[in-house]
Ligand binder design. Structure first.
Ligand code: IPE
Ligand code: IPE
Ligand code: MG
Length: 245
């Protein structure tokens, strides 16, 4: 499906405008655990359980595309224990959720640089993408080892190859977009960040150029479908102008 910029919102029953593509920076797992005196990985496990609930809630809230930030290119700076623990959680999550995702009509995709990830994890990612490729109820994109600058660098290299091959002569924005990990995905209408931080931390800088932002103090493991529904209601009150008058 081709999505025109500025046209990717749906009008739900009752005339409320809903974002079709919601992107979430799932932050605050570590603090959630620390508040309870628990290891950070407990917070990450609880956070992974939340993803499932939010995924399940999206179709009924009118959301067709959900993109979640799970691990950034900067997160390798964390302790080996935390990084390995997170990778184990991703592997388990993908393995365990595969059947459920298929049954619920979720199409799962991944963005980010895969080559640095464990081979088994890469294989699992490819297999769930293939298994869910025919699903249409919700498009779930998980950003793992994702950084917007890293994505732009890789996309620029691909674009340069196409120019060198003579496929493209005068590159356009659409040509670069087609070289990104998100090629074919609509831009996010709304980006939510939990945990009270008001920064974007290298998440979708190209794609979110005209997105609306919502920052909530709720820590990710406490973020429920009700929180999401309230944020989506507020989105309906916004006026998006895309540079127009
Ligand atoms: C988000 O929670 C998950 C990842 C970045 C992997 P954090 O681990 O950043 O939690 P805080 O920000 O330290 O509370
Ligand atoms: C952003 O959170 C990355 C993810 C949620 C995966 P961080 O916790 O890594 O961001 P900073 O370091 O606070 O900017
Ligand atoms: Mg954080």
């Amino acid at each position: 499906m081709v999505w025109a910029r500025g046209a990717s919102t749906a009008v739900a029953a009752g005339g409320v405008t809903r974002p079709r593509h919601v992107a979430i920076i799932m932050d605050g797992n570590g603090r959630w655990a620390a508040e309870r005196g628990w290891p950070r990985l407990v917070g990450h496990r609880r956070g992974a359980e939340r993803v499932k609930q939010i995924v399940t809630a999206c179709p009924d809230l009118g959301v067709d595309w959900l993109t979640v930030y799970a691990f950034s290119t900067e997160n390798w700076k964390r302790s080996t224990e935390e990084v390995l623990g997170l990778m184990k959680i991703f592997r388990r999550y993908i393995q365990r959720e595969a059947e459920g995702m298929s049954a619920e009509g979720v199409r799962m995709r991944f963005i980010g640089e895969r080559s640095r990830l464990d081979r088994r994890l890469q294989d699992l990612m490819a297999s769930i993408e293939a298994r869910t490729a025919g699903n249409t109820r919700l498009n779930l994109t998980v950003a793992i080892n994702y950084g917007g600058r890293n994505e732009l660098l890789r996309a620029s290299a691909r674009l340069a190859e196409r120019i060198a091959a003579g496929e493209i002569t005068a590159p356009t924005e659409a040509d670069l977009a087609a070289c990104m990990d998100t090629a074919g995905h609509p831009d996010p209408d709304l980006v939510i960040r939990t945990s009270g931080e008001t920064r974007t931390s290298n998440f979708l800088p190209w794609q979110a150029a005209y997105s609306e932002y919502e920052f909530t103090p709720t820590l990710w493991p406490d973020f429920t479908p009700d929180h999401l529904a309230r944020i989506l209601d507020r989105y309906g009150l916004r006026e998006r102008r895309f540079g127009g008058a």
